[in-house]
Write a protein that binds this ligand. Structure first.
Ligand code: 6PG
Length: 242
C-alpha cells in the first residue's frame, strides 16, 4: 500500500457498512464546510445496498443532504427503471428515501439510445462540476474489475476521457464507466468489499504482481487523494497482512 492508502478489516458486512457510513459522513461534512457541497460517485452492485440503507435511515439528518451531488461510477446499458440499473438500485435504497431533489442527481442518460452520446454527455457532466469528486465509492469484482473497468477492455487504456462506453466481451454486453483519470482525480476513493468470494481478488490486487490489464482495480491510485479499502474478514481471508 502507498502512503495515501489504508486497509481496514471488519468482522462482517454490517460492521463494514457501519464504518463506511461513518467515514462517508465525515468526508461529506468536511466537503460541505469547505466547498458548500459534497460530490459523491455511487457504486453499483449489491455490496453498497446496506450502506445506502444506513445513509437513508441512521444518517438521514447527519448532514444537509441538499448540498450533496450524486454521480454514478458506472452504469449498465439498460433503461433507468430496469432491474439491473445502478441508478434504480440507488434511487430505491438511498435517493428517494432521503428525498434528494432530481437536480442533485446526475445519472447516465442510458435511455437516449446512443451509447457514445450517453458517454459524451456524462463526460461533460463530470467536467462541468469543475472540482474533483469528494468521494468515489467502488466495488471489486471476482475478476478484479471495478466500476465497469473490466479486464482486457478498451476503457482501461483511456487516459483523457472521464466517462466512456465500454464493450465487455466476457459479458457480451456494453457498460458505461468512469475512467481511471476520473476516479484517480477524486479526493477520496473507497473500495467496499465483502464475502469469501472476493478473497482471491483482494489478495491479487493488494498482494499480487502488477498486471493492470488483468487486474483493473490495481490502477485505482488517487493522484493526491486518499485510498481506503473497507474489507470484511471473509474477503480478507487470503490477504497477507504481514
Ligand atoms: C456494477 C458495479 C461493479 C460492482 C462489482 C461488485 O455495476 O456492478 O459497479 O463494479 O461494484 O461488480 O459487485 P457486488 O457488490 O455485487 O459484488
Amino acid at each position: 500500500m502507498t502512503a495515501n492508502s489504508q486497509v481496514s478489516i471488519f468482522p462482517d458486512a454490517d460492521s463494514l457498512a457501519d464504518a463506511v457510513a461513518d467515514a462517508l459522513m465525515k468526508i461529506a461534512a468536511d466537503a460541505i464546510e469547505e466547498n458548500g457541497r459534497f460530490i459523491v460517485s455511487l457504486s453499483g452492485g449489491s455490496t453498497p445496498k446496506r450502506l445506502y440503507y444506513l445513509l437513508a435511515t441512521r444518517h438521514i439528518n447527519s448532514i444537509d443532504w441538499s448540498k450533496a451531488i450524486f454521480l454514478f461510477g458506472d452504469e449498465r446499458d439498460v433503461p433507468p427503471d430496469h432491474e439491473d440499473s445502478n441508478f434504480r438500485m440507488a434511487n430505491e435504497t438511498l435517493l428517494t428515501p432521503i428525498g434528494i431533489d432530481r437536480s442533485q442527481i446526475h445519472k447516465w442518460q442510458t435511455e437516449i439510445g446512443d451509447r457514445q452520446e450517453t458517454a459524451r454527455l456524462y463526460d461533460e457532466t463530470v467536467r462541468s462540476l469543475e472540482q474533483p469528486i469528494d468521494l468515489c465509492l467502488l466495488g471489486l469484482g471476482e475478476d478484479c474489475h471495478t466500476a465497469s473497468l473490466f479486464p482486457n477492455t478498451e476503457a482501461l487504456k483511456q487516459n483523457e476521457r472521464l466517462a466512456v462506453a465500454n464493450h465487455v466481451p466476457q459479458l457480451a454486453e456494453w457498460r458505461y464507466t468512469m475512467t481511471f483519470p476520473a476516479i484517480n482525480a477524486s479526493r477520496n476513493v473507497m473500495f467496499l468489499v465483502a464475502g469469501r468470494g472476493k478473497a482471491a481478488a483482494v489478495h491479487k490486487v493488494l498482494n499480487g504482481k502488477s498486471d493492470a490489464n488483468a487486474k483493473p482495480a490495481e490502477s485505482v491510485k488517487p493522484a493526491s487523494g486518499q485510498l481506503y479499502w473497507f474489507i470484511d474478514t471473509d474477503a480478507a481471508a487470503l490477504l497477507e497482512t504481514a
